[in-house]
Structures are given as C-alpha cells and as structure tokens.
Design a binder for this molecule. Structure first.
Ligand SMILES: C[S@@+](CC[C@H](N)C(=O)[O-])C[C@H]1O[C@@H](n2cnc3c(N)ncnc32)[C@H](O)[C@@H]1O
Length: 319
C-alpha cells in the first residue's frame, strides 16, 4: 500500500509491519489505538488512513502529552486520556458506533519502565507507585499497605506464576510491618531475602513486580472487557489486533477471540437451548505472531511480544 501524508519519524514500535498487515488499514477507515503510548503504531496507522479517522487512547496522562505532540501533524487523529476498558462509552462520546479496526498493545511502555519516578522498574530505585494512570488513587504503596497475606499470595501466583508465592508474600508483609517497604529497591530486596539470594537479581523479582503492577492497574479486567467491547464495535470485515507481553495476557486474548469464533449457545435457566448465535469472528492467526530474529536483536524488549488478530464476520455468514 502506498503511504501518503506526513513522513513518520521516531522510535519503531514493536511488530510495526505486522500490525499494519493484520489491521489491513484502509485509507478512509475508522480506527482505534487503545494504547497509544509514544504514538509509534498510531503514527503508522494515521499515515495509512489519511482520509479516515483514528481515536487514540492512553490511561497515562504523560503518554497522552507525548502522543499528542507526536501526532499533532495528523488532523484526523484524536488523542484522549482514557481507559480502553470503557471503549464503548468513549467512542459514543466521539459520535462513533462502529470502527474498522482496533489495536491493543497491552502492558507497560518503555517510557513508563525507564522513568524511575513511576516505580515500575526493579532495576532502579523509585517510589512504590506503578500507576499507569497517575490520576488513580491506588498505587503499589497503598495496595501493599492494605493487602492481606492470602490475597498477595494469590496475586503472585495468578499474575506472575511466582514460586514460592506464599514465602515471598510473607516476607514482603514482614518488611511492611517493620516499616521497611518504602521504595522499589526495598520490594526487590524483600523478594531476594525471601529466596535467600544475595547477589544477582533473580527472575522472581521481575515477576513479583509484574504481578503487583497488574493488580494495581487491574490490567486483566481492563483487557478482557476492552476486547469484548472492541469486538462488538467492529464493522463486518473490521479487524482486532492485540499484542501481549506475557502468557497471562496472551491467554486472555486467545480465549476471548476464541469465544467469538465458534457458535455461541444461550440456555434457559432449566437447561433448554434458547438460542444459538453464529460466530462473530474469524481468527486470522491460529498461532501468535512473534517478532523476527532481527527485531528481537534490535529490541530485546520485543522478545516476549505475541500478536493475535481476528476479523469480524458479516452477520449473515454464520452457519
Ligand atoms: C506497550 S505501550 C504502547 C506503545 C505504543 N503502541 C507505541 O507505539 O508507542 C502500552 C501503553 O498502554 C497503556 N495502557 C495500558 N493499559 C491501558 C488501558 N486499559 N487503557 C488505556 N491505555 C492503557 C499504557 O499506559 C502504555 O502507555
């Protein structure tokens, strides 16, 4: 497809070519980027849809400022401070009831990870914050102040597959009781103590940070709900593309897409079949698409990225 309009510059976002391929951006299409971040994917989409429209969202007000600056050259792009978990309502407020494509590039951005003030990184000292939306009240600090041992253990298991979850949770809460849990370095040190590891930072530290971040930002709830809403908003032939960065996210994407790719059955309370609804989606990627070796070499953070895509079926095409 020929590119028209302003030339896009800046960092290359993860799986850039693949996003454009699977989203199959039309010149006059209406698109949503649910996770605009620094605006890398959004700029590419905007450039391919010069006669269309792009609504780009981020729950992080700092990302919104960066993306607005980067995307101001595109008059057909609107950047909003919003959570894609409220997609239907946000688009309704923009007068949009149907779209041709939705991109969700889930998780944290490099901008968030690389800024110690945001408290996402276990590699640099910072406050225990981890809020994607800095207007949100709950931070990692307030979360850890109130969480019970049972809940923290469960969170570490479910969101990080952390082992030994109970021992690590117990040690983190011991540090809290002693007033020693103030910074990201304290949290990392508590995990190391629980594991009896002195030197090198173990993998568990990374997954504990990931699990707490997911809990603080309710990431799985937003992802699941955002995907359902996106699927309903797609016009026939419209596409959803979702990129995830770890197995928990990918499982949600895979399961939600799969759910709409088979006939859905609704039952009366007594168990009788009430209605069978034809599939709404065709899965385009039976296996997740991974970054090329070349991209992984250029950008080590891209290594864990997995892309899945699906297309909305015309209603009459069901079995
Ligand atoms: C991996 S980055 C996106 C990078 C972006 N695609 C680019 O090209 O620069 C993920 C972004 O999604 C945002 N985000 C995560 N969950 C969100 C949600 N539920 N609603 C809106 N934005 C969200 C984060 O704040 C972060 O800026």
């Amino acid at each position: 497809m020929t590119q028209t309009g302003p030339v896009v510059s800046g960092h290359v976002p993860v799986l850039a070519e693949e996003v454009l391929h699977w989203l199959r951006v039309r010149e006059d299409g209406v698109y949503v980027d649910g996770t605009v971040g620094a605006g890398g994917h959004a700029a590419l989409i905007a450039q391919r849809a010069p006669r269309g429209k792009l609504v780009a969202l981020d729950r992080d007000p700092e990302a919104v400022l960066v993306a607005r600056r980067r995307l101001q050259i595109f008059p057909h792009v609107t950047v909003l401070h919003a959570n894609y978990g409220n997609l239907e309502e946000i688009l309704r407020e923009q007068g949009i009831t149907q779209v041709d494509g939705v991109l969700i590039d889930a998780g944290v951005s490099s901008m968030q990870l690389d800024d110690p003030r945001r408290g996402f990184s276990f590699q640099s000292e910072g406050p225990l914050d981890m809020r994607m939306d800095t207007d949100q009240e709950l931070s990692a600090r307030t979360y850890l102040e109130h969480v019970s041992l049972e809940e923290l253990t469960q969170i570490l298991r479910t969101y990080g597959d952390v082992r030994p979850a109970h021992r690590i949770a117990r040690t983190i809460l011991d540090w809290r009781e002693q007033g020693n849990l103030q910074t990201t370095s304290d949290l990392a040190a508590a995990v190391q103590q629980a594991l009896g590891v002195k030197k090198k930072q173990p993998e568990e530290v990374r997954v504990v940070f990931q699990a707490i971040r997911i809990a603080v930002n309710e990431e799985y709830r937003c992802l699941e709900s955002g995907l359902h809403q996106a699927i309903h908003l797609l016009a026939a032939g419209g596409r959803i593309v979702a990129i995830s960065f770890h197995s928990g996210e990918d499982r949600i994407v895979k399961n939600v897409l799969k759910q709409y790719a088979v006939p859905r059955r609704f039952y009366y309370p007594d168990g009788r079949l009430q209605e069978e609804v034809p599939p709404l989606l065709k899965i385009l990627t039976p296996h997740p698409v991974r970054p090329s070796q070349e991209e992984q070499r250029r950008n080590p953070r891209a290594k864990s990225a997995r892309l899945r895509a699906a297309e909305k079926l015309p209603e009459e095409e069901g079995p």
